[in-house]
Design a protein around this ligand. Sequence first.
Ligand code: FHN
Length: 363
Amino acid sequence: MSSPRTRRFDEARFGMFIHFGAYSAFKGQYGTCRDAEWIKRQCTIPWSEYEAKAATFNPVSFDANAIVQLAKQAGQKYIIITAKHHDGFAMWPTSVNRWNLRDHSGFSRDILRELKTAATANGIKLGFYYSIWDWHDPDFVANLPVYVTRMKAQLQELVTGYDPAVLWFDGEWSESNPTNPWSAQNGEDLERFVRGISPQVVINNRVVKRRSVDGDFGTPEQALAGSPPSIQLQESCMTINNTWGYAAWDTAFKSATTMVRDLATLTSNGANFLLNIGPTDTGAVTAGQADPLRGIGTWMTANGAAITGASHTGLVGQPAWGRVTRKGNKLYLIVNAWAGARHNDLHRGRGTPAIPSSTPRLR
Ligand code: FHN
C-alpha cells in the first residue's frame, strides 16, 4: 500500500495535529456565542472586529521545543500545524499579503520556523495544514483564478521555505457563506502543482475531493478508520476534547486510556492517528491536553513496538478482548482487559507474541 514517498508516514502511525491561529485569541467565546476555529463565521463576527482582535494576537507563550518534546514523549512521529485555516490568516511571514501573524499582529517571531527547527532537531517530521476555502480573500469567490495564483504563491513559500513532509489540505467541500467554488479540476491542478515543486511531500485527499485517487491518504475525521486500507492509506484525525481550536469552556478531555485504545484500533487497521491540540491565545498547551498525551507516552514507552511501524495482521479478525497488530514476524496482542490479571507486563521473547500491558492506570 505505501510507496517510497509514503513509507515513513505509514510507519509513523501516530502524529500531533495543532490548530492554532487568530481564532485562538477569542478563547472560544464571542459574547454568548461559543465556537473555536469557526468562531468568525458561526458567531457572525464582523471582519472589522475579527481583524481588530487578530491585531492583538500575541502568542508569547508558544514554545516549539516544549510542544515537540510533548509529541516525542507521546510517541508522535510527525506534527501537522495549521499554517492557514479558513479565516485566511497566515501563521508565517508570507509576502503574499499582510493578513498574517507578523504583518497584521506585529508578532515578530516565525513560529513555523521555530517548530521546524525543534522538530528536525528531535527527529520529528513537520507538515502544514492549509485551507483551500478562504473566508478573508474576496477573490476566493469573486475571482478564483486570482485567488489560486495567491494560494500557489503561499504554498511555494511554505514548501521551498520550510520543506514540509506533509501538506494537509482542507476546505475543499461545497459550502456557502462564503460560497466554495472549488472543483475536482482545481484540486487536480493543485496536486500537480505541489508535486511539481516537491515530489516527496505527502499530500492528503482533501487537496481535491477526498476520492480514493486524490492525494496519498484518506482523512476520516472524529472517527476510527474501520478496516485495513484497500486502496489508499488512512489517517484518522481526532480531538482530545471536542474542539480543534482553543476553547476555554471545552474541558471534556478524553482519558489516555481511551486514546490508547483508539491508537491500537487504528494501528490494527493499518491506519494513522492524528491527535489534535489547540494551544491557547498565548500559545500555551493546557494541562487538559498535555496530561493525557503524557499518559499515552507512558504506555507508548512500554508498548510502542506494537504501534510504530506496526500494522494490520492480515491474518485474523480482531478479538473481543483487545486488538492485534503485526510487525514483520511478530504479533502484538494489545489487551484492554484481562480477567483476573492485576497488571500485564510486556513479555517479549524470540518469536513469542509481545503481550503489552493493558491500558494503563494513570498515576
Ligand atoms: O472545518 C475544518 C475544521 O475546522 C477542522 O480544521 C477539521 C480538522 O480536520 N477539518 C475541517 C472540518 O472537516
